[in-house]
Ligand binder design. Structure first.
Ligand SMILES: [Zn+2]
Ligand SMILES: [Zn+2]
Length: 238
């Protein structure tokens, strides 16, 4: 990721960091189906954690049947071996008395809890963290600053991510710029609520009608593409 990508994302609608992270997420999904699905390291990690619900279904909706069959066949085989081993150990374990000692022993024999997170989520998070870092470090560049000032602002989760990495001068710029969409949003929401009053209900409606949707994006990040639309390149070739 480079400065020009930050500037390009700032010039588009919505949070620039959400956009860049989602682009990297889509790229990772593409490479996952292209070659990662059969790498031993990927499979071992999936066995130790697995894909999250979103990414399992994005991949399922890709229509790449062979890749997923191969991946899940290995995972099913390894998982059933692990569980079968656990069952054998459990049956072999004597039931000691008192009863709580049995539960303690059973707990000690249980397969360990997963330690790995979803690899595609990891890419999304790492990409967002890097984009936030790049934005902060490029704030001294006039072109980036201008694009940032003209942008609709970044969502609050990514604003906090950027703020954590900023020095006091950069933090000042970030805070001043984040206040702009927040104030506009607050005013729009207040205007919407005012017009719900019977005394003003006849007044023409304006952009305040959509303020609640902008609030969702600002407070929780841009709406992520639904699973079926998250892999446009893949869907074209199947
Ligand atoms: Zn964002
Ligand atoms: Zn995920």
């Amino acid at each position: 990721m480079e400065k020009w990508q930050i500037i390009g994302a700032l010039r588009q609608s919505g949070c620039a960091i959400c956009r860049l992270a989602e682009e990297d997420e889509a790229r990772h999904l593409y490479w996952f189906l292209d070659e990662e699905y059969y790498l031993a390291s990927t499979l071992e990690d999936l066995l130790d954690g697995g894909l999250c619900n979103r990414h399992a279904w994005v991949l399922a909706d890709s229509g790449r049947v062979y890749q997923q069959s191969a991946m899940y066949q290995w995972l099913a085989q390894e998982t059933q071996s692990g569980l079968a081993r656990y069952l054998v150990h459990l049956k072999a374990a004597e039931r000691p008395w008192p009863w709580w000692a049995f539960y303690k022993k059973r707990k000690a024999l249980a397969p360990p809890n997963p330690t790995k997170s979803c690899p595609i989520c990891d890419t999304y998070d790492a990409s967002a963290a890097y984009a936030a870092h790049l934005l902060v470090t490029c704030l001294g560049d006039p072109e980036t600053l201008e694009a940032f000032r003209a942008s609709p602002g970044i969502c609050l989760p990514h604003f906090r991510l950027a703020l954590k990495q900023a020095n006091p001068r950069q933090a000042e710029v970030l805070l001043a710029e984040e206040l702009v969409p927040l104030r506009a949003l607050g005013a729009n929401l207040a205007e919407y609520l005012r017009k719900t009053d019977y005394r003003y209900v006849h007044e023409p409606k304006g952009e305040e009608r959509h303020a609640w949707r902008r609030a969702a994006a600002l407070f929780s990040g841009e709406r992520r593409a639904p699973a079926a639309d998250a892999l446009p390149w893949i869907r074209r070739v199947t």
